[in-house]
Ligand binder design. Structure first.
Ligand code: KG4
Ligand code: ZN
Length: 351
């Protein structure tokens, strides 16, 4: 069973972990959220600098707690795409330098492959083919996974990602950043049926609607209109009801289209991963509707939904087991479709 040191610095969480196959020996995350919250979103330059400061002590910490020295690991892995270029570079350069120093193979990891692998950190790992609903701050995708590394995207958002929508709606409700946890907290005790909000659909050129794609920009505007109308009435905003109604419609639209896609594609297992998968209403609804539809379901453990390095380590262990290595001069990329993750293991660096 391979043991890997994994680094994650694609956005605003600096993270390191030591993972043995599917077992997390030690994991540490330093969140920059409070610093970016002042600006209402992630400031790339600040993110890079903070990664630079945070990463060395995080690595020292996971090495100490796991009891595994860098001489003993089988490989060093770092997220190399997609994400903020300056932020990715910090993890990549650190990982490649350590790999060179200790004469270990280096594996560049696709961030979304990391999220997919987070489902394997549960007690009941996914076996065989599955449909994965991946919902994060930057992505909303329905991915058919036939085997590790074999992906086909069957659905996506045409505008905002689900997490981005949580963040924007939180901002217009005057709640904090990141929006997901803020909305979830505000929604406690709220009436999820009070406000009727739209389930955005994506038109097909030939007429009708795309069955598995998403659109969240209209939902954001609908919340804004609702808030304006309520404010014009002069009464204090019913925050709990607004937050609960918003959460409910997002959860419904995600779960309905996922179940439909799984059924149409003949896939018997539905999996939920990504930062937004931390949302309890979404987790609950997915479990309920999947069971009704006769689908097996898994949700990534709560601890591994938002960005972390353990999931990157699990993805790297899978790649290592199938003989993958990245060239030591592999760079980083702000964008890379998930179905091109194999390119990270070509002999010549793909970027
Ligand atoms: O996966 P992630 O940590 O980073 C990206 O790869 O983007 O996801 C971050 C996103 C943010 O938009 C955040 O608001 C959302 O996940 N999020 C949540 C919750 N926790 C984090 N959304 C809804 N409910 C939550 N509890
Ligand atoms: Zn992520």
């Amino acid at each position: 069973m391979p043991t890997v040191l994994a680094l994650e610095t694609s956005c605003d969480e600096s993270a390191a972990a030591i993972v043995r196959d599917r077992v997390v020996l030690a994991s540490a995350v330093a969140s920059q959220v409070e610093e970016h919250a002042r600006w209402g979103g992630v400031v790339p330059e600040i993110a890079s600098r903070r990664h630079l400061e945070a990463l060395p002590p995080l690595i020292a910490d996971v090495v100490a707690r796991s009891g595994v020295s860098l001489q003993e690991v089988d490989a060093i892995a770092a997220t190399v795409a997609p994400g903020l270029v300056g932020a990715l570079l910090v993890g990549s350069v650190t990982g490649r330098t350590l790999a060179r120093l200790h004469s270990k193979p280096f594996l560049g990891v696709h961030h979304l492959e990391g999220h997919l692998a987070s489902a394997q950190l549960g007690e009941d790992p996914v076996e065989g083919e599955a449909l994965v609903l991946l919902v994060s701050g930057g992505h909303t995708e329905l991915v058919r996974v036939d085997a590790p590394g074999r992906y086909r995207r069957l659905g996506r958002s045409h505008d905002d990602a689900a997490g981005e929508c949580f963040d924007k709606v939180a901002r217009l409700l005057g709640l904090g950043y990141p929006g997901g946890p803020a909305i979830e907290a505000a929604a406690v005790g709220g009436d999820a049926g009070r406000f009727r909000l739209p389930k955005g659909r994506v038109s097909l050129p030939e007429g009708g609607f795309h069955p598995y794609d998403f659109s969240f920009s209209g939902l954001k505007t609908a919340v804004l209109r609702q808030v304006e109308a309520l404010r014009a009435g002069g009464a204090p905003l019913p925050l709990a009801d607004l937050a609960a109604s918003f959460e409910q419609v997002v959860a419904e639209v995600l779960v309905e289209r996922s179940c439909r896609c799984a059924r149409d594609q003949g896939l018997g297992t539905l999996v939920l991963v990504g930062g937004v998968a931390a949302n309890r209403r979404l987790r609950g609804l997915l479990a309920e509707r999947a069971a009704e539809a006769g689908l097996a379901w898994r949700v990534a453990p709560l601890a591994w939904c938002t960005d972390n390095a353990a999931m990157v380590g699990v993805a790297a262990c899978q790649r290592l087991a199938s003989g993958c290595r990245s060239p030591i001069d592999l760079g980083v990329a702000p964008r890379l479709p998930l179905n091109e993750a194999d390119r990270l293991y070509e002999t010549q660096p793909c970027f």
